[in-house]
Design a protein around this ligand. Structure first.
Ligand SMILES: NC(=O)c1ccc[n+]([C@@H]2O[C@H](COP(=O)([O-])OP(=O)(O)OC[C@H]3O[C@@H](n4cnc5c(N)ncnc54)[C@H](O)[C@@H]3O)[C@@H](O)[C@H]2O)c1
Length: 446
């Protein structure tokens, strides 16, 4: 099959590369010439494990190419994917669909209209219910209805594990009732039949809603365990054992039960907001989703207070080392990262920040230009009054803690991801604060 991917960001690039690796012929299009130049020069504009090698392999095999020219890219194409951004519209939380509609307009003008020509326009961007109807309306202004079908195919990949998620998904969701479009979609995803991946065929509106419902549910799970963590701290219980104790129940499951500083990233914050706005418009109360949004925002803000409290209530003049800036490990994505809420608050309270992240520092500098950065975690720790672990990169899990203690000006560790054990840290002489534990467990003598 011949595939055109419009938008070569996280989702477009990973999807395009993986479709090429399935054996399809893929052209990835982006309107950002710098991005396309980087890709054509063998570079990768984002950090995603395994992506660089997979791009090189498929470019070499002649199945994958990059261009800014949509017209050339669409020649002979069976399916055009829209994989452009749908950020929150400033101020009101609605999904900004201007990129989707602009892409639809551009595509509409290029859809072949010959007797038997048929192109599937696949919306992979996360879009509110009814967006497919509008894309269809835009197309129909330019092309006869018989020449195209608009399908919803939301993407569920996770940054940091994107290739594996695309190639071994729990399910693929396809929203269409058109048999010709269904046949094209089945052919595109045929390699997944080997793994017996369930493909959920449904109506377009239902498919659009499935994506938001999935993200809102996962955000709720995270927020639930975060609130349990607060309760654990107040009543002297252990949140990781609570998570294990409930997660072993198959009806609950153990995923997304890690207490932390609040969810961030390119999807959960904007998608929960957009879902809440959709419900508002439909006069339906989604009180759980609204509470999750409020609780998560408040939590990110409270994390700065937690750090200040752990350091005696005043951080003025203290040098605080922040480890991890990206919203999660294995990505350089800084969108809505908790670090973006925590760091400015510490700066406002007079702290001096020195930060380290294995991949996200270039991105972080765009948002936090006035803090110090180092290219080695031990350099960031050197002379600091506290270490705060904000993102759980693997390289932070096995620090030489004796060296850390020697380098620190004061032995304070605030671990917002629970990657260390309180008892061991206290035995090493650290003042250690984490999430969802009593300050010093009653049964711990150390
Ligand atoms: N990032 C994720 O982990 C993830 C996961 C699942 C779903 N999604 C959804 O996928 C969509 C894309 O997200 P993303 O993170 O890949 O976005 P992104 O911002 O990384 O990439 C979007 C790309 O589209 C390009 N673009 C915009 N308009 C264009 C046009 N008319 N023609 C060609 N290129 C155009 C931009 O230049 C940019 O490179 C969003 O709706 C998002 O919610 C994202």
């Amino acid at each position: 099959m011949k595939v055109t991917m419009v938008g070569t960001g996280y989702v477009g690039l990973v999807s395009g590369v993986c479709f090429a690796d399935f054996g399809h012929e893929v052209v990835c299009v982006d309107k950002d010439p710098a991005k396309i130049d980087t890709l054509n020069a063998g570079g990768v504009p984002i950090y995603e494990p395994g992506l660089e090698d997979l791009i090189a392999k498929n470019v070499k095999a002649g199945r994958l190419s990059f261009t800014t020219d949509l017209k050339t890219a669409m020649q002979g194409t069976d399916a055009v994917f829209i994989a452009v951004g749908t950020p929150s519209r400033r101020g009101d939380g609605y999904a900004d669909l201007s990129y989707v509609y602009a892409a639809a307009e551009e595509i509409a003008g290029l859809i072949p209209t010959g007797d038997n020509s048929f192109t599937v326009v696949v919306n992979k961007s996360t879009v509110p219910v009814g967006t497919g109807d509008e894309v269809e309306r835009i197309m129909a202004e330019h092309v006869s209805r018989a020449a195209f079908e608009v399908v919803s195919n939301p993407e569920f990949l996770r940054e940091g594990a994107a290739i594996d998620d695309f190639k071994r998904p729990d399910r693929v969701v396809v929203g269409t009732k058109d048999s010709r479009a269904e046949a094209v979609m089945r052919e595109l995803y045929r390699p997944l039949y080997l793994n017996e991946t369930p493909i959920v065929f449904t109506e377009r509106r239902t498919s659009e809603l499935i994506k938001y419902a999935a993200n809102a549910f996962l955000a709720t799970k995270i927020t639930f365990i975060n609130e349990m963590a607060d309760l654990c701290e107040a009543v002297g219980a252990n949140v990781q054992e609570v998570a294990r104790g409930i997660g072993l129940d198959k009806r609950i499951g153990n995923k997304f039960l890690h207490a932390g500083p609040g969810y961030g990233g390119s999807c959960f914050p904007k998608d929960t907001l957009a879902l809440a706005r959709t419900a508002e418009e439909a006069n339906v109360s989604l009180s759980i989703v609204s509470s999750v949004i409020d609780a998560n925002e408040a939590r990110k803000r409270r994390m700065a207070n937690k750090i200040v409290a752990a350091l005696g209530g005043d951080v003025h003049g203290l040098r605080i080392c922040i480890l991890g800036l990206a919203f999660k490990p294995n990505t350089d994505d800084m969108r809505d990262a908790p670090s973006l809420t925590i760091i400015p608050r510490l700066v406002d309270k007079g702290a001096e920040i020195v930060a380290y992240d294995p991949e996200a520092m270039e991105e972080a500098k765009k948002h936090l230009p006035d803090i110090a950065y180092t290219d080695c975690p031990y350099a960031a720790i050197d002379g600091a009054d506290a270490v705060v672990i904000v993102t759980e990169w693997d390289e932070f899990r096995a620090f030489d803690m004796r060296r850390v203690k020697e380098l620190l000006n004061a032995p304070n560790v605030i671990d917002l991801r629970n990657i260390y054990r309180g008892k061991q840290m206290r035995a090493l002489g650290f003042s250690y604060t984490n999430i969802g534990y009593p300050a010093v467990p009653a049964n711990e003598s150390a």
